[in-house]
Design a protein around this ligand. Structure first.
Ligand SMILES: Nc1nc2c(ncn2[C@@H]2O[C@H](COP(=O)(O)OP(=O)(O)OP(=O)(O)O)[C@@H](O)[C@H]2O)c(=O)[nH]1
Ligand SMILES: [Mg+2]
Length: 213
């Protein structure tokens, strides 16, 4: 992650997903430890939480986006402002699951790079009787889209904290990898330069030697 915000340990996370899947309930459960029963469609909201994850402090700046179709004009702008993404569907809604690939595709298209930390969450895992999407289907889709995967419930708080923490860990892992790749390519360049200098010197010595003969 090259953003200066991340360097200051502010991590900008974005929650996306179909309307009513529980994005706001997840944010509120994570940041304020309570479950919101009522449904009030979001236009755009943000939440902040200071965390210590694996002994490293960070400030999570969470963008809660609108899932309702008519409120999604801002999506590209939301995507550009964030570094890591949590895409949410409800295990009780097949149509919300069908939307996941569309969100993922939009994020990849707008950011146009490979190393984007993304988590797929199947929410409402407390509603087992109403389940329409199996855990295996969620896992398979996540693997296919190159995302991490968890089933959670914002009602019971199951998996909520872990899902944010894992997203941050994935972001740090990818950041370390991209730094390592940069270091390696820098080392390769320096080595090539040194080699060229040495070869140049050998050539020079050879020319002078030939002239002397
Ligand atoms: N049983 C159960 N209900 C949930 C859960 N998460 C959310 N809900 C309920 O689902 C409804 C919609 O939740 P929201 O969090 O407002 O959904 P949203 O994804 O933010 O919806 P938009 O803002 O329109 O995109 C609310 O009535 C919540 O109480 C859950 O884990 N279990
Ligand atoms: Mg909402």
């Amino acid at each position: 992650m090259s953003s200066s915000a991340y360097k200051n340990n502010i991590i900008k996370l974005c929650l996306m997903g179909d309307g009513g899947v529980g994005k706001t309930a997840i944010c509120i459960q994570f940041t304020s430890n309570h479950f919101v029963e009522y449904y009030d469609p979001t236009i755009e909201d943000s939440y902040r939480k200071q965390c210590v994850i694996d002994e490293q402090a960070c400030l999570l700046d969470i963008l809660d986006t609108a899932g309702q179709e008519e409120l999604t004009a801002m999506r590209d702008q939301w995507i550009r402002s964030c570094e890591a993404f949590i895409i949410v569907y409800s295990i009780t809604s097949r149509s919300s699951f069908d939307q996941v690939a569309i969100f993922k595709e939009q994020i990849s298209r707008v950011l146009d790079r490979d190393q984007i930390p993304m988590m797929l969450l199947g929410n409402k895992s407390d509603l087992e009787d109403l389940r329409q999407v199996t855990t295996q289907e969620g896992r398979d889709l996540a693997r296919c889209l190159g995302m991490m995967f968890m089933e959670v419930s914002s009602k019971t708080r199951t998996g909520i904290e872990e899902s944010f923490y894992e997203t941050v860990r994935e972001m740090r892992r990818r950041d370390d990898e991209s730094k390592k790749t940069k270091d390696d390519s820098h080392k390769k360049k320096s080595f090539k330069k040194l080699l060229n200098e040495k070869v140049g010197k050998i050539k020079e010595a050879k020319t002078s030697f030939c002239k002397m003969m």
